[in-house]
Design a binder for this molecule. Structure first.
Ligand code: AMP
Ligand code: MG
Length: 316
């Protein structure tokens, strides 16, 4: 009995030391890279032997997805759709087709609260520039266009129903890119990784920086300095995606105008919270959902998220 007891303790000690050693090794093999893509800061951090090659590949792939989805680049798939006439078939990459299919699903389920064909309205507000307040007439016309136009998706062939219809993947592309990054990191067999694409966070494997290996994700306190958190969310893997008014806005005559648009009014969705966080397996759905839930509000938003097996948190 006594002998077995000592043997057991020795085994326990060896296991603990090995665990600590592996954990330290994991920390030592950390690679992190920060790049500016999707009009925001993006960072990829991975642990393990292959982390350097993995992060390199992920950054390359993120740049590729950015190029295909960029609203402002003439050669992107998005621009080719936007400049096409009605009823003309435009062939797009698998990446863009996948984003559009998920976006269409969330559009239908949210009764149009999330709609990538929102671009004509978003352009009027010029959030990427200095910002401007559109006239009532302009808003009315573009709201009509968004309501009555749209896209038809057949595999990777896209058709617009109206020539003026334009799409903007700003509410979904970062989520998709986060999912793609995680798949790549898994293929490289890194021991753990976290990817932050401007508030779209995805993680996999073990976090060697915490005792339990989980990832702790801070929900940014709206309008506070970066790194001041309202809440910490713990996940083992998956996505935590936040849509917030503080992420992009302009101020005119003391009023603040943010970038999450209610397609029914053409104006920034008026809500008494500042951000919405969705916790889900897929960052692509999380991204579409976070924007949709912001527009829908707490009751309908929570119902929609539950419909898609996601959890949603509204922050004041
Ligand atoms: P997010 O940061 O994911 O909430 O996405 C916001 C971005 O999505 C905006 O900057 C617009 O480009 C676009 N957007 C704004 N309102 C909507 C909407 N109701 N549906 C889909 N995309 C939107
Ligand atoms: Mg979004």
């Amino acid at each position: 009995m006594k002998k077995l007891g000592w043997g057991f303790i020795a085994l326990l000690v060896v296991t603990m030391v090995a665990g600590l050693y592996l954990r330290q090794q994991g920390k030592n093999n950390m690679t992190e890279k920060t790049v500016f893509l999707f009009d925001t800061m993006c960072s990829v951090r991975a642990y393990g032997e292959n982390s350097e090659a993995a992060v390199e590949k992920v950054v390359e792939r993120l740049a590729e997805i950015h190029k295909k989805t960029d609203f402002f680049s003439d050669s992107s798939d998005v621009s080719r759709i936007n400049s096409a006439d009605a009823e003309i078939e435009v062939e797009v990459s698998q990446d863009v087709a996948k984003i559009l299919m998920a976006a269409e699903e969330v559009r239908a389920l949210s009764d149009g609260a999330f709609d990538v064909s929102i671009a004509p309205i978003v352009s009027l507000w010029n959030f990427s520039g200095e910002g401007r307040i559109p006239s009532d007439e302009e808003l009315k016309d573009s709201v009509e266009l968004v309501k009555n136009g749209g896209i038809l998706i057949e595999g990777n062939k896209i058709k617009k129903t109206k020539a003026g219809t334009k799409i903007d993947l700003g509410g979904a592309a970062k989520g998709y890119a986060g999912d793609v990054a995680i798949e790549l990191l898994k293929n490289f067999e890194v021991s753990g990784a976290i990817v932050d694409l401007g508030g779209n966070i995805t993680a996999m494997g073990e976090n060697p920086e915490t005792d339990d290996g989980k990832w702790r994700i801070g929900i940014q306190k709206p309008f506070a300095p970066t790194g001041e958190y309202d809440e910490i969310i713990e996940i083992e893997s998956g996505a935590v995606v936040t849509s917030g008014t503080y992420q992009r806005y302009f101020e005119k005559d003391g009023a603040r105008y943010h970038h999450i648009i209610d397609p029914q009014t053409g104006e920034p969705a008026r809500r008494d919270y500042s951000s919405v966080t969705v916790i889900s397996d897929s960052a692509l759905y999380g991204d579409c959902l976070a924007t949709a839930c912001f527009v829908l509000g707490e009751n309908e938003g929570t119902r929609l998220a539950e419909n898609l097996d996601a959890e949603v948190v509204f922050q004041e």
